[in-house]
Write a protein that binds this ligand. Structure first.
Ligand SMILES: *Cc1c(COP(=O)(O)O)cnc(C)c1O
Length: 458
């Protein structure tokens, strides 16, 4: 492969034939494996049979796998071709604006129809469920990106799709709902009166603006109580992180073409899947000792799971129906303020990302939303893409690292994941331009209360 000259190029090409053929499972290379899951009902080790009520065997196998590589089915790879390989850009205008000696690259996952990285896993999950004879998928969505991705994937494979959408986002983002309905999904503002979990929340707080934890409870309950219906999650779980590793594998191949390797890899972190996607294939080199690099997960100050949470066993959802995982958590019933990065409002984080963080293999940082939008607008004006509020957390950190490199006079190579575009988030931009946007911190008191209700396991 002939090298491209990095200073002549803005968009680094990759052939369709270079779409990865396997997903990379970092569990194979971790010094400390993520803890197994426990049953929310018995507090005992979760048996694969218990997962069968809501997941197909193939995904349960991936969830528990310690194999280093897992084959991507041809049917999935075929659909990936519609938008993959996704572009890798050099942010030359941003570099100039910052007057930094750092070279900044970003992988753009907003180039597919749903506008975020989530389609990478949605397609795979819909495929495996279809293969298992399932008729309908139930899921939750925060900001709407996951619901959009799963709606499109279900439509492709002829599955029905029921989406429990966090109420605050349902109100803020009506076009997301229209998007999902265009692909045939049924969308409900969560908490709903359709499920026991939803009704219980509404009894306590009829004005509840919802949370991802609550919406997950509703979707899990829906799936568990219907034989032909499975549950699908857009982040957090090992198999979701696994599916996203096409991002980092492609980025690695693209950087190789310009003879680069990142010193720093950055992504925003809600449940951890896009961070996993871009970082894990590089962390493989760090874990094997062949490369040194920093990987930084960026979270909102209003929901600072890694930087302010505890590493403990906790429920994946508010109603204690999802498995108990050992993860960084703010407590399963912690409900963060309604910030504009709705996709980053989850109380916990991927068990794998959490373990890597606890082992000091990765870093984390948290930012308030005003400084995140400052970075978003700066990036948009320099690079011509309006980023999702979630992704803008990664941009903030990338800019800060580039400025540090300038102060130190260091030629750092910075890679970040632009997990999605912000074209459905223009009302958030309006709000920012109005000058009324405020930085909301998390409530320490609420976190302490919530953490006092962590489960005990046997
Ligand atoms: C959902 C979402 C996120 C957060 O989810 P992760 O699983 O942490 O990646 C980040 N960015 C965008 C654009 C999203 O849609």
């Amino acid at each position: 492969m002939s090298k491209l000259r990095r200073n002549d190029i803005v968009k680094i090409p990759l052939e369709e034939s270079e779409i990865p053929r396997q997903w990379y499972n970092i569990v194979a290379d971790m010094p400390n494996k993520p803890a197994p899951y426990y049953s929310p009902f018995t507090g005992e080790l979760l048996k694969p049979e218990e997962m069968k009520a809501i997941f197909p065997d193939s995904l349960i196998a991936q969830e528990m796998s310690t194999e280093r590589f897992i084959e991507i089915p041809d049917e999935v790879r075929e659909i990936y071709r519609q938008w993959r390989p996704s572009p890798l850009y050099r942010a030359r205008n941003l570099e100039k604006l910052l007057d930094t000696p750092a070279r900044i690259y970003y992988k753009y996952e907003g180039s597919n129809a749903t506008g975020s990285h989530k389609l990478n896993s949605a397609i795979a999950q819909a495929y495996y469920n279809k293969e298992a004879g399932i008729k309908r998928l139930a899921t939750e969505t925060g900001a709407g990106q996951w619901g959009s991705a799963l709606s499109m994937a279900c439509n492709h494979f002829g599955l029905e799709c029921t989406v429990y959408m966090v109420k605050v986002s349902y109100r803020q983002k009506p076009y997301r709902r229209s998007f999902m309905e265009t692909f045939g999904a049924s969308v409900y503002a969560s908490p709903t009166t359709k499920t026991q979990s939803g009704r219980r929340i509404l009894e306590e707080d009829p004005e509840s603006s919802g949370s991802l934890g609550i919406a997950i409870s509703e979707a899990v309950e829906d799936a568990a109580t219907h034989d032909d219906t499975n549950y699908s999650l857009g982040s957090v779980l090992n198999h979701v992180c696994l599916h996203q590793t096409v991002i980092g594998q492609e980025a690695k191949a693209q950087l190789e073409k310009v003879d680069e390797y990142p010193d720093i890899v950055i992504a925003c972190c809600g449940g951890g899947s896009n961070f996993a996607g871009i970082a894990f294939p590089f962390l493989r080199d760090k874990l094997s000792g062949s490369k040194k690099l920093r990987a930084i997960a960026v979270e909102p100050a209003a929901c600072p799971t890694l930087t302010k949470g505890v590493f403990a066993f906790d429920y994946g959802d508010t109603a204690k129906m999802a498995p108990i995982a050992k993860m960084y958590t703010l407590g399963h019933d912690f409900v963060p303020e309604g910030i504009h990065a709705g996709g980053l409002r989850y109380h916990g984080a991927s068990a794998i990302v959490s373990q890597l963080y606890d082992d000091g293999i990765i870093e984390a940082v948290a930012y308030g939303q005003k400084t995140v939008f400052d970075a978003a607008v700066m990036f948009a004006r320099a690079e011509g893409i309006i980023p999702a509020p979630e992704s803008s957390h990664a941009i903030r950190a990338a800019i800060d690292e580039a400025e540090k490199a300038r102060e130190a006079g260091e030629q750092k190579v910075i890679l970040f994941n632009l997990s999605g575009h912000g074209y459905f988030d223009m009302s958030s931009y309006d709000y920012y331009f109005s000058g009324d946007m405020i930085d909301v911190d998390y409530s320490k008191e609420n976190v302490e209360k919530s953490i006092s209700r962590l489960p005990t396991i046997k």
